[in-house]
Design a protein around this ligand. Sequence first.
Ligand SMILES: Cc1cc2nc3c(=O)[nH]c(=O)nc-3n(C[C@H](O)[C@H](O)[C@H](O)COP(=O)(O)O)c2cc1C
Length: 167
Amino acid sequence: MLEAIKNRRSVRFYRDQPVTDEQIEEVLKAGFCAPSGHAAYPWHVVVVRDQCVKDKLAVVHKWSKLLARVPVVLVVCVDRTQQDLWIEDGAAFMQNMLIQATDMGLGTCWVMMREEDPNGPVHCALELPDHIAPVAATAIGYGARYPGPHEPVLPQDKVHLNRFLSK
Ligand SMILES: Cc1cc2nc3c(=O)[nH]c(=O)nc-3n(C[C@H](O)[C@H](O)[C@H](O)COP(=O)(O)O)c2cc1C
């Protein structure tokens, strides 16, 4: 498992090689195994293959541009009527998907997409109902440029025993 965690990097350039529905399903299954506050499991995912929808997501902010040129975009959403811990739940879902996709040899890139305003651009692009909030998106595809794996480090000045300020 540590291999997949080390190998997960943000991939922002992708090959023109399709990702199958079966591969996407494997990635989604990992998401749905995530921990959820109060066992609410409030998740919904929008699988975006439509170029027109990708183009709308790509202009949501300046760091989302890559979404226009990726094979698939997965947008993690939560039902906010079910869960006050919706951001945490969405993030756990996302991270599980990123690790699974990496383990399958696929590239990913987490892209900010949190939106509470039901009239916001993500709600409009995905036709989300008001009570559904997007938390984050990821690109999925075969990477064309890979930054190289992480080398695990344990920064001693950031690890605290019992209390933060104890000497
Ligand atoms: C909450 C969150 C939001 C992020 N949003 C974006 C984004 O909008 N666009 C982007 O290109 N990368 C985004 N990233 C990816 C980070 O830039 C990336 O994780 C960081 O630079 C470390 O690189 P690595 O993922 O390769 O380890 C986001 C990551 C997180 C966790």
